[in-house]
Design a protein around this ligand. Structure first.
Ligand SMILES: Cc1cn([C@H]2C[C@H](O)[C@@H](COP(=O)(O)OP(=O)(O)O[C@H]3O[C@H](C)C(=O)[C@H](O)[C@H]3O)O2)c(=O)[nH]c1=O
Length: 195
């Protein structure tokens, strides 16, 4: 059984993946990443680092984050416990969808994954307590290149599931610049080139 890949979810280059689950009397087995199949589906990236995070309170928001070139990261995100609303914003100058976002519910139950190309800000809000995500990235963590975008920037029009005042965020995530203040961080030509 092969994974299903969908790239018709509003933003070009963002891909939703549904890995196959092979069930039997014990439960199920799933290949959660396969370099050959993902490359054929438009995800040729070499992932160099795997991350996991756990958020204990429903309504925790992490993001919207990105690393600047030359340490920009593409990400392959999945929820391994609970349910999250995963959000990506196109911040590539010159992109026809610059400033637009797409939101996808990723759950441990559905096993779906979101491929976030370099040049997108990424974040999520947890939809229940004790959520965990696991994600692959194509560039090593570079804190001096780690940046953020204001999750509640009205220009983005992201409909988060909880009021901002009720959400749990790091102090840093409450202080990111708005899209209009970001500057030319991702000229379209460089977005895919970084590592
Ligand atoms: C991202 C990262 C962080 N850290 C350290 C830095 C801090 O001491 C601690 C927590 O970092 P931070 O608050 O940036 O973690 P998140 O808010 O979950 O950040 C992530 O949230 C959104 C959803 C993303 O898409 C990014 O991958 C990433 O920025 O882990 C590391 O040691 N390595 C890393 O790769």
């Amino acid at each position: 059984m092969k994974p299903e890949f969908r790239s018709d979810i509003v933003l070009k280059d963002v891909i939703l993946i549904k890995p196959a689950r092979i069930g039997d009397a014990r439960g199920w087995f799933s290949e959660t990443y396969n370099a050959r199949l993902y490359a054929k589906a438009g995800i040729p990236d070499d992932f160099v680092q795997d991350n996991e995070s756990r958020s204990e309170t429903m309504g925790t928001l992490r993001g919207l984050h990105f690393q600047l070139p030359p340490h920009a990261q593409a990400k392959l995100v999945r929820c391994t416990h609970g349910r999250i609303l995963d959000v990506v914003v196109d911040i590539r100058q010159g992109s026809p969808t610059f400033g637009r976002h797409t939101s996808v519910e990723l759950t441990a139950e559905n096993g779906e994954q979101l491929y976030v190309p370099a040049g997108f800000a990424h974040g999520f809000c947890t939809l229940e307590p004790d959520c965990e995500i696991s994600y692959k990235v194509t560039a090593y963590y570079a804190p001096e290149y780690d940046r953020g975008l204001a999750f509640d920037d009205p220009a983005l029009g992201i409909e988060w599931p909880f009021p901002s005042r009720d959400m749990v965020l790091s102090d840093r995530d409450r202080r990111h610049p708005r899209l209009s203040e970001l500057g030319d961080v991702f000229p379209l030509a460089t977005a895919g080139a970084a590592r």
